[in-house]
Design a protein around this ligand. Structure first.
Ligand code: ADP
Ligand code: MG
Length: 389
């Protein structure tokens, strides 16, 4: 689960991490009054969407007067902000964060990720902040430093000093950097985050220099949300694909893709194999929906409905290898779906495993025109043949 920048900053503030004074705003009038309340002479108006690259796309604006704050807020709210991470349709801006503008001396990158290779939280830092870390990794990989954290002892001071030195922080900024890195690490660990990205971390101030977090992005482990009330309350459903939200409400996993073959499968591994088989035959999956184990007929009907909500879907490939699942339930679900949803696109069905004979019999005797397939390869070939006309 992702959260907004302002939520990440409010969270980090509770861990003692320095962030600019700011507040959230839902209207231009509120943005203006927030700016007045914060005080000062320069403010930054920032569109709150779950995507990066807002700065380049016009979603981060420095205002020099309260009137300017109001104008930027008015222009941003209700607009679709298109960044390199949103896709061509952009994301609807419904909230803003207004904060004090900092006098920036230099920008750094600081990130905490879980390195799956060594199964540990790893601190990543670079002197090249403000820009995409992927670019830095490609162009100048020597400018990225990494430090692995031992979970039994946590992030140690000397590790923070090592990283800070490597990116060029020194003098009185050194103890600040150590405090800040340790606080972000604690926050990440306590809240079951998978990733915390500070870009930029900046040296700010005209005469008196200090470190400040100017942008923060967090991603949390969905499997741990049950014990993270404060994080769960930050969820913004407006930022998620409505079909994915609906699917999760039914205990289904839906992932949107950009082709035209809808896929209903059980299990993530079979989903991947199905996508590969479709691609191998020259087709493109529109999505995949994982019905999981023990899928009831109702669940299968819901799955069909959600997959069909994507107008690009020209046929549905149902690929079930039943272990805990039962092929007869899947078959009943498909028939129910055909009845209640009046499905107009062809359904290609491949069933294997528990109660497969019964499942095939139910489909054959239904009087409906399912296209049955012997195996995954056959199913993928038939689906691709249909969309290619
Ligand atoms: P994004 O990563 O989505 O582009 P950021 O929050 O990183 O958005 O903002 C982009 C850039 O805007 C930053 O790299 C920084 O230079 C500038 N910026 C962001 N917040 C402030 C601030 N409070 N004061 C001054 N400049 C800022
Ligand atoms: Mg940023």
């Amino acid at each position: 689960m992702n959260i907004h920048e302002y939520q990440a900053k409010e969270l980090l503030k509770t861990y003692g991490v320095p962030v600019p004074d700011g507040a959230v705003a839902y209207s231009d009038a509120q943005a203006a009054s927030v700016a007045e309340e914060i005080g000062g002479s320069r403010w930054v108006v920032k569109a709150q969407i779950h995507a990066g690259g807002r700065g380049k796309a016009g979603g981060v604006k420095v205002a020099h007067s309260i009137e300017e704050v109001r104008q930027y807020a008015d222009a941003m709210l209700g607009s679709h902000l298109v960044t390199h991470q949103t896709g061509p349709g952009g994301s609807l801006v419904q909230r803003l964060w207004v904060e004090q503008a900092s006098h920036i001396k230099k920008e750094y990158y600081l990130g905490f990720v879980i390195d799956r290779g060594n199964q540990r939280i790893t601190l990543i830092a670079s002197s090249e902040g403000g820009m995409e870390i992927e670019e830095v990794a490609k162009e100048t990989p020597e400018k990225i430093v990494k430090e692995v954290v031992d979970p039994a002892i946590g992030l140690l001071d000397f590790q923070c000093r090592k990283v800070a030195t490597a990116i060029g922080l020194k003098g009185k900024l050194m103890p600040q950097a150590v405090r800040l890195m340790k606080a972000i690490y604690r926050c990440m660990r306590d809240k079951d985050a998978l990733q915390a990205e500070i870009n930029p971390l900046a040296i700010v101030g005209e005469s008196d220099e200090s470190l400040m977090v100017l942008d923060a992005k967090f991603n949390f482990d969905d499997n741990a949300l049950y014990r993270q009330r404060t994080i769960t309350e930050m969820r913004d459903l407006a930022e998620e694909d409505p079909k994915e939200v609906e699917a999760s409400g039914h205990g289904l996993n839906y992932i949107a893709l950009d082709g035209n073959i809808g896929c209903i499968v059980n299990g993530a591994g079979l989903a991947m194999a199905s996508l590969d088989a479709i691609t191998l035959h020259g087709g493109r999956p529109a999505n995949f929906l994982d019905v999981g184990g023990g899928a009831s007929p109702e669940k299968v009907t819901n799955a069909c409905r959600i997959v069909l909500e994507d107008p690009n879907v020209r046929c549905i490939l149902v690929n079930i290898f039943a272990g805990i699942n039962r092929c007869d339930w899947i078959a009943k679900g498909l028939i129910q779906a055909c009845d209640s949803l009046q499905i107009k696109v062809p359904l290609i069905v491949r069933l294997a495993g528990t109660n497969v004979d019964e499942g095939r019999k139910i489909l054959a005797e239904s009087g409906l025109s399912f296209i049955t397939a012997e195996n995954l390869d056959d199913a993928a070939a038939k689906a691709v043949a249909i969309v290619k006309g």
